[in-house]
Design a protein around this ligand. Structure first.
Ligand code: OAD
Length: 248
C-alpha cells in the first residue's frame, strides 16, 4: 500500500523547515540489528543487569565484552537500509537539520549523516575505566578480552549503560535543537527509556509538528500530531521521494 501522509506534513517538506529526526533501534531492524523490546527483542533473551550496567562490567568484564563482540560482529556484516538512507537525504535537503539517535550501531554514520547527536554512545568506541581515554576501534571483534588501556586498566565499550547519565553536552544540544525545530520525526523507538523518551513531548510543547514513524504506536504516540504506521524502511523513503519532487 502506498505511504500516505498529511498535506500539513507535505507543506513542511521545504528546505527552510528546521528538522530533527529522533531514532531508535527500529530504524536498524530492517538491516538485521535486533531491537531491544518486543517479541524478538534483546531484553527477552538477555538480562540488562548482566550486560548493560556498570555493575555488570565490574563483576564480569569478560562476559560483557563477549556480548559486545557478538553485537559488533553482527553489525559489521550488515548495511544501512532505506530508512537510514532517507535520513541522510533529509540532512542534505533541510538547511537546519539534526539527527538525534539512541542507536550505537553506527549505521547512520555509514549512510552519510554528519549532524548526529548520539545519546547512548557508539559501539565502535572504547574508553578506559580509569584514565577516561577514548578511541575508535572498528575491528568487528576485539581479539583479546577484556581489552586494556595503555595505562593498564580496563577498556569498556563507549556506550551509555543503565544507571549512567547521558553525556551532558550531547543531551543538552539534543534538547536545544528539539525545542527550536518546526518538524520532529520520532522513528523506530518504543520511547520507554528516559531521558531520551522526553524528546517527542518537548518538541510538541515547543510547537513542532511531531510525526511518529513506527510499526506500532509507541509510548510517546500521544505526543504526535501524526502517526505513520509502517516500516521505517518504507515510510521514510516515501517522504524522501517527496522532497526530491519538491526541490526539482
Ligand atoms: P526498542 O527495542 O525499545 O523499540 C524499538 C521500536 O522500534 C519499537 O517501538 C518497535 O515497534 C519499532 N520498530 C521495530 N521494527 C521497526 C521498523 N522496521 N520500522 C519502524 N519501527 C520499527 O528500542 P529503542 O526505543 O531504541 O538503551 O530503545 C531505547 C533504548 O533502550 C536503547 O537505546 C537501549 C535500550 O535498552 C541503552 O542501551 C541505554
Amino acid at each position: 500500500m502506498p505511504v500516505q501522509f498529511s498535506s500539513k506534513l507535505q507543506s513542511l517538506l521545504i528546505p527552510s523547515t528546521r528538522v530533527v529526526v529522533f531514532t531508535g533501534a527500529g530504524i536498524s531492524a530492517e538491516s538485521g540489528v535486533p531491537t531491544f523490546r518486543g517479541q524478538n527483542g534483546l531484553w527477552k533473551e538477555f538480562r540488562v543487569e548482566d550486560l548493560a550496567t556498570p555493575q555488570a562490567f565490574a563483576t564480569d568484564p569478560q562476559r560483557v565484552w563477549e556480548w559486545y563482540n557478538w553485537r559488533r560482529e553482527l553489525i559489521s556484516r550488515i548495511d544501512p537500509n532505506g530508512g537510514h538512507l532517507a535520513v541522510a537525504e533529509f540532512e542534505k535537503f533541510f538547511s537546519d537539520f539534526w539527527l538525534v539517535t539512541q542507536n550505537v550501531d553506527g549505521l547512520h554514520d555509514r549512510s552519510g549523516n554528519h549532524r548526529i547527536l548520539k545519546l547512548h554512545g557508539d559501539i565502535w568506541e572504547v574508553r578506559c575505566v580509569s584514565c577516561g581515554n577514548g578511541s575508535v576501534d572498528s575491528r568487528p571483534v576485539l581479539p583479546s578480552l577484556p581489552p586494556h588501556c595503555e595505562c593498564g586498566d580496563l577498556l569498556r565499550p563507549g556506550v551509555v549503560w543503565f544507571g549512567e547519565v547521558l553525556p551532558a553536552s550531547v543531551f543538552e544540544k539534543a534538547v536545544q535543537v528539539t525545542q527550536s525545530c518546526g518538524l520532529f520525526f520520532s522513528v523506530g523507538t518504543s520511547a520507554e527509556v528516559f531521558p531520551a523518551a522526553q524528546l517527542p513531548g518537548i518538541a510538541r510543547q515547543h510547537g513542532a509538528y511531531v510525526v511518529e514513524v513506527n510499526i506500532e504506536r509507541s509510548a510517546a504516540a500521544y505526543e504526535a500530531n501524526e502517526v505513520l504506521l509502517g516500516k521505517a524502511g518504507e515510510v521514510l523513503p516515501a517522504i524522501a521521494a517527496s522532497l526530491s519532487v519538491r526541490s526539482a
